[in-house]
Structures are given as C-alpha cells and as structure tokens.
Ligand binder design. Structure first.
Ligand code: RAM
Length: 331
C-alpha cells in the first residue's frame, strides 16, 4: 500500500469517526505494463484487466509499455509510474534481471509489484502469475510440430527477444523432452524480438539456411504471424508448417491458407483479468504474497502461491481448422 493511500484511508477513517461524511477514496491505480505496445496479446490482456477494474469498482487500469521490447524502455516506464505514485505495477518482463533495481525502488516506495506472463527474478517482485505450467507449454510447442511430422524432420525455433523470461523458459522445457522425439532435429533458434518485420526476416533466413526445413516453432504471438506470412510469401505452404503460440484472431488467415496446421494459446483476456484482481488484492492489503497464500481472483476463482511465490493458470488450448472460426472474434 502506498503512503498516499494509507493517508487517504486514515483521513476518511478520522472523518467518519468524528461524524462527518467520509471522504471519497482515491481510485486504486494499477499499471499493467506490456513487453511493448502494439502487440495484440497484451491488448487482449488489457481488456481483461479493464473488466476486473469494472467489477472491483473505484479502480483504474493504466495500460502502458515501451514502444519496443527492451528492458531499457521498461525501466523508463517503471520510473515514470513511480513518479505517478501508482498503487501497483504488474509487468511482463523483457529481462528477468535488468528490471530488478527499478522494481525494488517501486516496492521501497510502497508500490505493489508483481510480474505476469514473462517473469522477473524473485527479488524484483512480490509474486509471479504464469499463464500455464512452463513444462506443459514446452511439451506443447514441440508436440504441435511433431504431430504433423510422423516420419520426423527438421524444425527451427523463432523466438521473441533473447532475454525474454517466458520464451527462454519454454524453449528450455521443450529441449528437455527432445529425447522423446529421436527423429526430430532442432536446427536453429533465432530471435525476432516480437517485431513483425524482424521476425519475418528471421523466418526467411531460416528457410534460406535450411532448405529442407519442415517446421518453424514460434512461441510468440508476433513471431508466429510473421513466420506464417514469410512461408506463404516464399511459396512454402505445405513444406514448412508454422506452429507455436498465437492468437486465433491473428492466425485465422494462416490456418485458412495452410501455412499453419495448428497452434496453441491460453486465454489472454482471463490472464489480464486475473493479474488485475491479484494486483488489487495485494495493493489494498486484501491479500499478502507469501508461499501457500490463496488469493481470490473473481470469476476465475483463486490462485495459490508456491514456494517461489508463483502461480500458474490453465492449460493451453489448441486451435486448427476445426475450431478457429469460433474463437477468432474472441481474442
Ligand atoms: C507474445 C509475447 C508474450 C507471449 C505471447 C505468447 O505476445 O512474447 O510474452 O506470452 O507472445
């Protein structure tokens, strides 16, 4: 809880004790910080956070982020949020370590700090909300590719930035289970930085360096769309299958064209909603982030923190020709 919030509550309590009308309380201000602006995944999460704020009442969501996916950009955003004395910062990190000093400064000022989607090192946040189990996501992304390669083949990974906590963890989890796929070889891992043009060029580069490539796994909603476009433009539909994590709204064309057979994702609206619910509970002292704590999350139920003060939500869901139409207008 910030000093100004404590003061406001103190003043309104004093006012009610002496019999005057209690002062209207300042809204709880929650900053939802994206890896970068202009990414549909974070925009969907922000819609969920707004929904939570409307349910909670007297709550304001400040949806913000840098223009590109850098830690430096996020540090500037954090410093500005500290100056604005927000009540909570919920951040999807571009780097697990580089943000820690700025986030520690925020916590020292009484601001609640949590990470979501892409985590911050434990000393830089009170808790982390993961969309799903890291292990399950790692297993899912390779299985999506393998399901369409019955005789094995060559796959490459097109990731976001090289410092992105979530993608690095998922790729590490994928690599742990590669022994289950002896006929599949991972020939390269490249980084498109969650920028459409860089991701497109990296996908083109993969096809040029590996003419016999069978699949591109892009565990990023920006990379997967760009890779599908690159495959279509290169006339490689039917030869290179693009899969990974994406939004049905952004991938419908790729499923339709056959550039992607299938891909997966969790519900980003629910993720943003849950993040805002948790940030509100911690900022208003409705909950404390500690191992074993259960925090209520409105229509999503509750989350329970493990010994690293982390919690994971639901399982990723797979989209293909059979169900894309139904989901493409939702997120
Ligand atoms: C991109 C971002 C985000 C990730 C999704 C799947 O939008 O990298 O962090 O969770 O893809």
């Amino acid at each position: 809880m910030t000093f100004t919030r404590r003061l406001a509550i103190g003043v309104s309590l004093a006012a009610s004790l002496i019999g005057t009308t209690a002062m209207a309380q300042d809204p709880v201000r929650i900053a939802l910080v994206a890896k970068s602006l202009g990414n549909g995944f974070f925009e969907a999460a922000a819609r969920g956070a707004e929904e939570a704020a409307a349910e909670l009442g007297n709550t304001e969501i400040i949806y913000t982020g840098p223009t590109d996916t850098t830690a430096e950009g996020q540090i500037e955003v954090i410093n500005s949020l500290i100056a604005q004395r927000v009540d909570a910062i919920a951040i999807s990190a571009n780097d697990p370590d580089a943000l820690v000093p700025a986030l520690q400064k925020a916590m020292q000022r009484g601001i609640t700090v949590i990470s979501w989607d892409s985590g911050v090192a434990a000393e830089g946040r009170e808790m982390h909300l993961a969309p799903s189990s890291d292990e399950l996501i790692g297993k899912t992304i390779i299985k999506l590719a393998a399901d369409h390669l019955p005789d094995g083949g060559k796959v490459a990974v097109l990731s976001a930035t090289s410092t992105s906590t979530n993608q690095n963890t998922w790729i590490a989890e994928m690599n742990k289970v590669m022994g289950d796929y002896p006929n599949i070889e991972v020939v390269a891992t490249v980084y498109g930085d969650d920028l459409a043009d860089k991701s497109y060029r990296e996908a083109q580069g993969l096809m040029q360096s590996h003419p016999d490539l069978d699949a591109i796994i892009a565990p990023t909603s920006v990379g997967i769309v760009a890779a599908a476009q690159a495959v279509a433009d290169a006339g490689m539909i039917g030869k290179v299958n693009v899969t990974g994590l994406g939004l049905p709204s952004e991938m419908a064309g790729a499923i339709d064209s056959g550039a992607s057979q299938s891909f997966a994702i969790w519900n980003p609206v629910d993720l943003g909603y849950t993040t805002a619910m948790i940030a509100h509970a911690l900022a208003t002292d409705g909950a404390t982030a500690e191992p074993g704590a259960t925090i209520g999350t409105g229509r999503m139920g509750s989350v329970t923190l493990d010994d690293t003060n982390s919690a994971a939500m639901s399982e990723p869901f797979t989209y293909d020709k059979s169900n894309i139409e139904e989901f493409k207008s939702i997120f």
